[in-house]
Design a protein around this ligand. Structure first.
Ligand code: SF4
Length: 683
């Protein structure tokens, strides 16, 4: 039988690389890079090359499962859908619609996310819809929307290769976004200055011209020190500020409170080095700032993003090609799931649920009365489980591994009257469910994803789902029908038409326009070519706004009992909660087990050698993992990746949240560490 080749999109990170799936005998047997893809242009990282390896894994869910005591029993679909609808409707009837919450998914398509939030908002009249964007880039949406009017990457990935200076803050892009890192390296090869700000000596930092190894959580002091020097030296872009910005006088007064020497003391970088880096960034003709979760996952994450935007606007490095601000989105469709209204305060296209005119528009379109009250966030819903929240419907999210203070998450899930989890594997969260619905993976469905540079791209079905598993689109339509809603969509393209009609920024997007090049929003009408970079003549909000960033140091500092800083993050071979990558034989050959990085001096002091089993304990719990001794982490710091269920780093992390966007402070908490004596004795 001749193989078939299906052009589609990688299921892992927000870069959204083009892949070609090789299908033989109804199975996907290989993944190849797509030379015609505008971002990846014939390249893939190790995860992309192996994206087919989990698809036919025998652990895939194939039938609905109902909890009976401490076991699951297989049940037919009609019974599962009726039960889900009856339970959710009964709990909403008894406790009110706001007693039901839902998590949509950064792994599902735009159309599926649109349907999910529409179902929650119309069936239960609640805005309790959120997803894991809360845990990675909620500060981007909040901080950039305030300063520029749009919470999205300002430019295109390809622009990075043409920048003269690339400032990377809190991102190990070489491991988390390797194809984007390729564009950054291209820029460096052409002579761009590469400056990395990170407490950890990452792969990116090792390849930088300058590595600023700041104290954990001190990005704002560093950025304010840089901006203070730029203003003191008269280097700020006066014309840009005059013509396009508001709030400069107040902002300049605020910078007076950050003399460079004070910034230096706080962030641990020499004052002259701060001045040097500020001048390199300012004096480049085109300069880009790339950031990721090292910036966002702090209790002052929104302020961190505001400070980054302030710096770009102070120097006029925004609103033109090869410049701008580049938040690197984590999951493949985290941009799209936010765009589609998978958030408690906005409908699709970031239209505010509390705005009466917007509410009226959606009520008219959807034919149902809607709630004007913003809903709860992920962490708020889990915190309210068993109290205000009685039922949760979770689509392809895994908070039992991804959320902070996992022990508290598991306690919350256990208190729910009814928990539905819809996923492709029996995840750690699905194991807590009353009802599990088996879903299709990326290779088994059609729809669109939006990558980190706002590019809508077509996802194409290559094979059927296993057993009786169904696509999320079909499951949502069945459940909506059982709840009395009219979701009579025959194809995701019909949902896209509805999205285009209701959200102006996507008004020109339709399935038949989506060639492999995709379309970057804003794309307001049919025929519009899409927008490679934002804010060219005017900011989305009109004039740009300098916002004073409110700095709060890390909530937990090392002390006598917990003497180390712990930071968590990603590594190249695995992805998010490991649900897919840990079922890839090739990726498991690269790395099969959890580990923690410890500085050599700290290891010596604690009598730990490489490969020792160690216990790491925070105020919330303990994990046991394997020591890796390396100078990647500074003395007094420990790093642990969060992909591993057997040593869930998020058992340790601090659930304290940013007051504006409610992201938890994943990046910094205080821990202690000791050798695992018990296991050592047993050997
Ligand atoms: Fe997939 Fe991201 Fe790797 Fe591209 S960079 S192949 S999208 S995991």
């Amino acid at each position: 039988m001749n193989p078939e080749f299906v052009r589609t999109i990688c299921p892992y990170c927000g870069t959204g690389c083009g892949v070609i799936l090789r299908v033989e005998g109804g199975a996907v047997v290989g993944t190849y890079p797509d030379k015609g893809h505008p971002v990846s242009r014939g390249t893939l990282c190790i995860k992309g090359w192996t994206a087919h390896e989990f698809i036919h894994n025998p652990d895939r869910l194939t039938t609905p499962l109902l909890r009976r005591g401490d076991r699951f029993a297989e049940i037919p679909w009609d019974e599962a859908i009726s039960l889900a609808a009856e339970k959710l409707a009964a709990l909403a009837e008894r406790y009110g619609g706001d007693a039901v919450g839902g998590l949509c998914s950064a792994k599902c398509t735009n159309e599926e996310n649109y349907l999910f939030q529409k179902l929650m908002r119309t069936a239960f009249r609640t805005n309790n819809v959120d997803h894991c964007a809360r845990l990675c880039h909620a500060p981007t949406a909040a901080g950039m929307a305030q300063t520029t009017g749009s919470g999205a990457m300002t430019n295109s990935i390809g622009d990075l290769a043409g920048a003269e200076c690339i400032l990377i803050v809190g991102s190990n892009a070489a491991e988390s976004h390797p194809i984007i890192m390729g564009e950054i390296y291209k820029g460096a090869d052409r002579g761009a200055s590469l400056i990395v700000v990170d407490p950890r000596r990452t792969t990116v930092a090792r390849n930088a011209d300058i590595h600023l190894r700041i104290n954990p959580g001190t990005d704002i002091p560093l950025l304010c020190g840089m901006m203070r020097h730029i203003v003191d030296a008269g280097l700020h872009d006066r014309v840009f500020i005059q013509e396009r910005m508001d709030g400069f006088a107040e902002f300049k007064a605020f910078l007076d409170t950050w003399p460079v020497e004070k910034a230096s003391r706080e962030c641990g970088i020499g004052a002259d080095e701060i001045r040097r880096v500020a001048e390199i960034y300012r004096q480049a003709k085109d300069a880009a700032i790339v950031y990721c979760m090292g910036i966002t996952q702090h209790a002052c994450g929104t302020a961190n993003v505001q400070a980054i935007c302030d710096l770009a606007m102070l120097c006029g490095h925004i609103g033109k090609a090869h410049s701008g601000v580049y938040p690197l989105r984590g999951q493949n469709n985290v941009q799209g799931s936010c765009d589609m209204g998978g958030l408690p305060n906005v409908y699709p296209g970031y239209q505010n649920v509390s705005d009466p005119a917007v509410q009226e528009k959606f009520q008219k379109a959807w034919g149902r009365e809607l709630s004007p009250r913003p809903g709860l966030t992920v962490t708020e819903m889990i915190g309210a489980a068993g109290k205000e929240i009685r039922a949760l419907y979770i689509m392809a999210e895994n908070p039992a591994v991804s959320d902070p203070d996992v022990r508290h998450v598991l306690e919350g899930l256990a208190k729910l009257d009814f928990l539905i989890v819809q996923d492709i594997f029996l995840t750690e969260t699905a194991r807590c469910a009353h009802l599990v619905l088996p879903a299709a993976c990326f290779a088994e469905k059609t729809g669109t994803y939006t990558n980190t540079e706002r590019r809508f791209q077509l996802l194409c079905k290559a094979v059927d789902p296993p057993g009786e598993a169904k696509g999320d689109f079909e499951i949502l339509c069945l459940l909506a029908k059982a709840l009395g809603l009219d979701f009579s969509y025959r194809h995701p393209s019909e949902v896209m038409e509805e999205i285009a009609a209701l959200a102006p920024a996507y008004g020109g997007i339709s399935f038949d326009r989506l060639t492999p090049a995709g379309l970057q929003w804003p794309c307001p009408e049919p025929g519009h070519p899409g927008t490679p970079f934002l804010h060219e003549h005017t900011f989305t909000r009109g004039r740009g706004l300098f916002v004073v960033p409110s700095y709060t140091p890390p909530y937990e500092k090392p002390d006598e009992e917990f003497p180390y800083y712990l930071s968590t993050g990603r590594m190249f071979a695995h992805y998010h909660t490991g649900t897919m990558t840990r079922r890839s034989p090739f990726l498991n050959r690269e790395l099969a087990e959890p580990y923690a990085e410890i500085n050599p001096e700290d290891a010596r002091g604690a009598g730990i050698v490489a490969g020792d089993r160690i216990r790491i304990t925070s105020r919330r719990g303990t994990i046991v993992t394997t020591a890796r001794i390396t100078d990647w982490v500074d003395k007094g710091c420990i790093f642990a990746p969060f992909h591993f269920t057997e040593a869930r780093a998020n058992i340790l992390t601090n659930p304290v949240v940013d007051p504006i966007c409610k992201i938890p402070e994943f990046k910094v908490c205080a821990v202690k560490m000791e050798k695992e004596r018990h296991e050592k004795q047993e050997r």
